[in-house]
Design a protein around this ligand. Structure first.
Ligand code: SF4
Length: 250
């Protein structure tokens, strides 16, 4: 896609989405791009469930995809099934390239991520970032559950922006200014399904070997890649690997 065609798509989207609530942001993005060219990227955290609920009120059976890294907790697969039934959606599941996984684990072992940040980022690249690129090649915009209070790396997340990393498509973060409490209020008020591990002390959930429960009062993302320094704790889906490597060396 050229910059010119991407900017043409910009027109129907509010130029100042910051003042819009989540439903209005999603409605504007759907109106601008259409149901088939806008997709929710879901790891099935509570934010993704809220967004799917809001999207489903505007558009029946919105597109939603997930990245099955092959290392997810079984509770995530159970939730995917519950979500499929609850919202009557077809979850598009993207898996890593089998030969890339085989080459990586042959060279570095199955649990390479504990060895170094380089190896951890390599695993995230093969199992998450590369499949994400394939998924996003099918759309003109993606919706994420990013919230500004989740991490310093997310503190300036705009509600709608152009994503230069993935070929000038739209990136939509309708819950950017929501608090965690607001997210859970919406889940409970609407009796929506959520991840079973949240009831066992897990606040942010990714792959099983890279996620642990956190203590009450601890940073919600402290359970992700807990053996690393806080500034590198992203998988590369929203922050480029080059930036994470730079942060880890400071
Ligand atoms: S979160 Fe852990 S297991 Fe999952 S892709 Fe990243 S390094 Fe690999």
């Amino acid at each position: 896609m050229t910059a010119r065609s991407a900017i043409r798509r910009l027109r129907p989207v509010p130029s100042d989405a910051e003042g819009y609530d989540a439903e209005t942001v999603l409605a504007a993005a759907l109106r601008a791009l259409g149901r088939d060219r806008l997709v929710l990227s879901a790891s099935f955290g509570p934010e993704d469930i809220v967004i799917l609920d809001l999207l489903s009120r505007i558009e029946a059976r919105p597109r939603v995809f997930t990245l099955d890294t092959g290392r997810l907790p079984n509770e995530t697969y159970e939730l995917i099934e519950r979500v499929r039934r609850h919202f009557d959606v077809a979850v598009e599941v993207y898996v890593p390239d089998a030969s890339a996984v085989e080459a990586m684990v042959r060279a570095k072992g199955v649990n390479l991520f504990y060895a170094s940040i380089e190896d951890r980022l390599r695993c995230c690249e093969v199992r998450k970032v590369a499949p994400l690129r394939r998924a996003l090649a099918t759309v003109d915009g993606w919706v994420t559950g990013l919230r500004r209070e989740q991490a310093p790396t997310r503190a300036r997340t705009p509600k709608i922006s152009l994503d230069l990393e993935h070929g000038l498509i739209w990136k939509v973060a309708p819950l950017a200014d929501w608090t965690e409490a607001q997210v859970w209020e919406h889940i409970r008020a609407n009796d929506l399904p959520y991840h079973a591990l949240h009831d066992r002390g897990y606040r942010s959930i990714g792959c099983a070997p890279c996620t642990r429960a956190v203590d009450p009062g601890e940073d919600p993302r402290a359970g992700r890649w807990w053996w690393e320094a806080p500034e590198s704790r992203e998988c590369g889906l929203h922050v480029r690997h080059a930036e994470l490597r730079k942060e880890s060396k400071r």
